[in-house]
Design a binder for this molecule. Structure first.
Ligand code: APR
Ligand code: PHB
Length: 402
């Protein structure tokens, strides 16, 4: 049995865990990151790809933003397509120059793993049987097995950054959490395609056959999604059927459509909205997908993980430097104000753009009116733009020493 100690034990090496680890490092706070999957799995996993302006600013201030600035694609606008027409929303003009950056979450994770390695601080991949214990005690413990040896890690605090299916949230005693949830009657079939993007900006399409989304990863790779039933077996969709469906939904009356290419990856993800409150139990702090899930239509998941850990890093810094606990106590409330606004936005984007199998003709007309209003009112476009690029941060970069 190996016995170890650290200040903050971090479960999960996704964006939340790795960003937190680096923010703590920059403030001289030690942490150990424990991840149950392999380094290759974590880096190769295809996930979301939209970074808010504030997320890019955070990465840059932390010294890990070179990849996002150099290889990321800055977008100052997006398209909303309905009734066969694309309508551009000029985000930068409506928000005083803000934009989003398209940069794969797996690239962000790779950059952060490299940064972690350069600090010499500990990060375990392929940890088995991870569990947390003694959350109410002065020194909670993370247990795990690594390379055939049992480990016991004593911590001042534990950060549960282990995603929606992790072990931290279920380790909180029954009755201590309140869960709010909505499960949608559809999912997304996502594709990675070897084809040059046929538009410089994202296209969100409303169509009576169902929602479709055009995105990209690089000048040679297009990312596409379309609405399917939530439990749709992927083998129901041949490549030919996929292209027929995508072109039927996406082609606009001016002839715009995505370029066709070799499909290199495809998968189906169900969609849900989920919030567990409070985001803290005694010495365990939940961050990112461990505490909340948004449907991907608002492109907020990764950005919420970043804003949570910024709030947590500020609180831990104040604790270690001044023994101040108020920001630890306020952690959940500060995060949840932003989380609920992102939930509301993601729900609105989802319910306005998708075809609901139990929706009526009235619902369809209301959606069209919503989209007509959105694309013809400067006030409505400004509202979408300011939420899409990211609402102002709740804590400043200098409160975490940046
Ligand atoms: N022990 C250790 N690690 C675990 C365990 C466990 N029992 N269970 C899960 N993990 C790891 C996962 O393998 C993953 O690497 O925790 C990490 C959680 O990462 P994410 O799921 O990416 O969650 P988070 O860091 O909160 O980032 C949120 O991810 O799913 C997207 O849309 C979401 O973009 C958002 C982002
Ligand atoms: C993506 O590029 O993966 C992406 C873009 C926008 C979304 C969701 C996913 O809303």
């Amino acid at each position: 049995m190996a016995r170890l100690n650290t200040q903050v034990g971090i479960v999960g090496a996704g964006p939340a865990g790795l960003l937190l680890a680096h923010l703590l490092h920059l403030n001289g706070i030690d942490s150990v990151v424990i991840e149950n999957r392999s380094r290759e799995h974590v880096i190769d996993r295809v996930r979301a790809g939209v970074l808010e302006q504030g997320t890019v600013d955070l990465l840059v201030a932390m010294g890990v933003g070179d990849g996002a600035l150099r290889r990321g694609l800055r977008h100052e606008g997006l398209y909303i397509s309905f009734k066969g027409r694309r309508h551009r929303i000029d985000m930068a003009e409506l928000t005083g120059g803000k934009a989003i950056t398209v940069y794969g979450q797996n690239e962000v994770v790779k950059d952060l793993i490299d940064a972690r390695a350069a600090t010499g601080r500990r990060l375990y991949f392929e940890a088995a049987h991870v569990s947390v214990d003694g959350l109410d005690a002065s020194q909670p413990i993370i247990r795990f097995e690594h390379d055939g040896t049992d480990h016991e890690l004593g911590c001042d605090f534990i950060a549960g950054c282990d995603g929606f299916h992790g072990i931290c949230r279920p380790s909180i005693p029954d009755g201590a959490l309140t869960v709010y949830e909505r499960i949608y009657p559809f999912g997304w079939l996502g594709l990675l395609v070897e084809a040059a993007p046929s538009s410089d900006e994202l296209v969100y399409t409303h169509h009576e056959r169902g929602f479709a989304l055009f995105s990209m990863r690089s000048p040679a790779v297009t990312r596409l999604y379309f609405q399917v039933p939530p439990d749709e077996p992927i083998q129901h969709w041949s490549d030919a059927a996929i292209w027929d469906e995508l072109l039927a939904r996406m082609t606009t009356s001016d002839g715009w459509k995505p370029n066709i290419g070799r499909i290199v990856q495809k998968s189906v993800t169900p969609m849900r909205s989920f919030v567990a409150t409070p985001m803290r139990h005694a010495r365990l702090f939940l961050a990112g997908d461990a505490a909340h899930i948004v449907p991907p239509t608002g492109a907020k998941g990764l950005n919420l993980a970043a804003s949570d850990v910024l709030v947590l890093a500020r609180a831990l810094k104040a604790f270690y430097e001044h023994r101040r606990e108020e920001w630890l106590d306020e952690y959940s409330d500060v995060c949840l104000r932003r989380v609920w606004k992102a939930q509301r936005f993601s729900w609105w984007m989802t319910s306005t753009l998708h075809h609901s199998p139990d929706g009526s003709a009235f619902d369809h007309q209301r959606q069209i009116a919503d989209l007509d209003y959105l694309t013809s009112s400067r006030a409505a476009m400004t509202s979408l733009a300011e939420q899409y690029v990211g609402l102002p941060a709740d804590v400043s970069l200098d409160s975490v020493g940046l």
